[in-house]
Design a protein around this ligand. Sequence first.
Ligand SMILES: *Cc1c(COP(=O)(O)O)cnc(C)c1O
Length: 400
Amino acid sequence: MKEIYFDHAATTPMDKEVAELVFKYTTEYFGNPSSMHNFGQRMRSAVENARKQVAYAIGAKSVGEIAFCSGGTEANNMAILGAARANKQKGNHIITTAVEHHSVLTTCKRLANEGFELTILPVDKYGTVSVQDVVNAVTDKTILVSIMHANNEIGSIMPIAEIGKALKKLSNKIIFHTDAVQSIGKLPVNVDDLNVDILTISAHKIYGPMGVGAMYLRQGTWWQPIMYGGGQERRRRPGTENAPGIIGFGKAIELAMERQKEYVERLTKLRDKLVKMVFDRIPDVILNGHPTNRLSGHVSLCIKYIESEALMLYLNMQGIALSSGSACTSVSPEPSHVLAAIGVSREDANSAIRITLGKDNTDEEVERFVEALADIVSKLRAMSPVAKGDCSSCACEKCV
Ligand SMILES: *Cc1c(COP(=O)(O)O)cnc(C)c1O
């Protein structure tokens, strides 16, 4: 049985071309990019080439604005801790939203414990924050606003360019950060068009290697490092660089830009086909997030009266891989903070699944998936007292 992978928001398979490059720069070529000899300098020039590729992809003016690190999580920590701590003489207020990735939300909460004041803005039923709410939350103490470009759990897209524009008009001491881990390669990501000062991305979500990310830091932005040691990455991120990973990241982002148009068109069609087929075949399904203003290839559904964990396991037995509400639920069992923020009940949140398509998925896979899903859902619902409307043995929120 051929396996089907529908979990591209969690990670993507490495592109063959990228993998070959990583292989070449771990076997044929190697060396510490800080070394003066040929071995080191070959790595250095390949790392600097990758920096150019990343800078070009996001419209950075200078390669000096790109610092590589270990991934999206570290990049978000660098962005938030580094900007907040460096600017605390100017103010102590930080604004973020309720639907951020844990690496943003938990980091902001950590700063709240260190004496910063934190505003966590709500979102509408589609998972987007309003520009006006952001503007209203700004005080004369605000130094940092961190809002994601696209949401990893429900695929919704935030009005980053408009927020950035509004913030610029309000004050020149606010640093605006966006987590673009999910949007890069799927939406236009240009640091000037988005009006951001800091932007963070990760390689393994765009067919690059795991354990590599980057932080864009606009020239002239006050910021301080969060780790200390060597002078690598212009003192922004000490430690020997993951040179093969960085070189792979450069290639991956170049390929992502090359295929973006075709990728988005194809995956939007495939996504819409999947949603239509599910709604045609299965009753009592809710699509989470905005129906159209969402990431291509991203589907979040609540399949009412079903435990998504059970559903996932049955699908897994048929070789179909997807995630429940959020990939993070496998390590932290609390219901998704994103689904809660858009007003999904705890009960419905337990029935949430996330299907995220990628470049190699096909129509046939979508068809086989919907067949399998419809079959498993009808079997599981036949066993569920709530689905049958018999609440005598049920302990759900509605009944108790
Ligand atoms: C995956 C992800 C991250 C974390 O990136 P890692 O490289 O896995 O640490 C951050 N933000 C968003 C939106 C993500 O989807």
